[in-house]
Design a protein around this ligand. Structure first.
Ligand code: NAD
Length: 343
């Protein structure tokens, strides 16, 4: 295994902490990419990795992502991420959770954790009994989905203005992939503005029920990226923009809430070459983290709404800079984020 510093994803992390609790067997990585704007904030993932290196790489990659996301959301927070190395059966024991909470606590607030894949709300409550450095607990803002959905809706509206030249969503056709918490909420906001919707979900009954409620159409999950529409809004899985799927798109813009939409990163250029406007995922889907991190500076509901309302303006400045420089919107977003964290 190469030295930590030599890993391609190291990217000048401020610090990377490896924990090994001899008594309980708890092993975890906490990666702190940046505290330039405030304490490094990002979720804890409980996952079974092929090996230690995979766990470290995941923590580094996700931690840098949180730096960029939190900076672009204008939050007084840096970026970090924790992964707890689970065994094959993903056995979670209280003594290991407690050991992890002590690990978070030992960093004295330089890292603030939140919920991520494999961690339940109950797990987070249990961490909070040991350390105060836990965000997004029940009663502190609740489910991030509706906040993310509002930001995505505002981002879709901005995309319609930029790509179609309209500020009125009446009749604008949006194809939505995945109608769970984020996609479903986005659909409701759009329907209220008169947008024409085509919905899809691998859970076809879920898509059908929402379509009936909103007077929308549905298509099979496998068809949604080939629907001729104004805007495609991915709100299900990551890595859905591939060479093949981008070539098949029949829309003028992609604006949705899914994380890590570009499969390899190069698809941003392919979208630009096809004249398809792209809303960088971590900018448009920041509503949830904006709400989760409300306690960092004690932001109330009005301030949370103001921060979410800033998402379309941020997208517009990215698109303007992209048009000026010829860089893709994804490249511009990364560059802006780096500037905001002093890199
Ligand atoms: P969710 O589980 O509530 O909904 C996801 C929906 O997508 C489900 O209905 C599922 O059946 C459907 N789905 C899965 N695979 C699909 C496919 N191939 N085609 C069509 N539909 C499919 O999840 P969510 O919270 O709405 O999150 C959706 C996406 O948004 C994820 O990528 C998530 O990482 C991202 N995201 C969510 C939040 C949040 O606040 N919840 C914040 C930022 C980013």
């Amino acid at each position: 295994m190469p030295a930590l510093w030599d890993l391609p994803d190291f990217d000048a992390h401020e610090s990377v902490h490896l924990f090994d609790d001899a008594k309980t067997g708890m092993r975890a990585v906490i990666a702190i990419h940046s505290t330039h704007n405030g304490p490094a904030a990002g979720g804890t993932r409980f996952w079974h990795y092929a090996d230690q290196q995979a766990a470290i790489t995941d923590a580094l990659r996700l931690s840098r992502g949180m730096s960029y996301k939190n900076a672009m959301a204008g939050l007084p927070a840096g970026g970090g991420k924790a992964v707890i190395l689970a065994d094959n059966a993903r056995t979670k024991t209280q003594d290991r959770l407690d050991a992890f909470a002590r690990a978070v606590d030992s960093l004295g607030g330089r890292y603030i954790t939140a919920q991520d894949v494999g961690m339940s709300e109950d797990d987070m409550v249990s961490l909070a009994r040991v350390t105060p450095h836990v965000a997004g607990l029940p009663g502190q803002g609740g489910d991030p989905g509706p906040y993310t959905a509002r930001g995505v809706y505002l981002g879709v509206k901005a995309a319609a203005k930029q790509a179609l030249g309209t500020t009125d969503l009446e009749g604008v056709h949006v194809a939505i992939q995945g109608v769970g918490s984020v996609g479903g909420g986005t659909a409701r906001h759009l329907a209220a503005q008169g947008a024409k919707l085509t919905l899809s979900d691998v859970d076809s009954a879920r898509a059908a029920a929402l379509a009936t409620e909103l007077g929308a159409q549905t298509v099979e999950a496998s068809e949604i990226m080939r629907v001729e529409a104004d805007i495609f809004s991915p709100c299900a899985l990551g890595a859905i923009l591939t060479e093949t799927s981008v070539a098949a798109l029949r829309v003028k813009a992609v604006a949705g809430g899914a994380n890590n939409q570009l499969a390899t990163g190069t698809e941003g250029r392919m979208l630009a070459d096809r004249g398809i406007l792209y809303a960088p995922d971590y900018v448009i889907n920041a509503g949830g983290i904006i709400n989760v991190l409300r306690h960092i500076d004690g932001a109330g509901d009005a301030e949370i709404n103001t921060r979410i309302d800033a998402i379309p303006g941020r997208l517009e400045s990215i698109w303007t800079e992209s048009a000026r420089t010829g860089q893709t919107s994804a490249e511009v977003a990364d560059q802006m984020a780096k500037g905001l964290i002093g890199r």
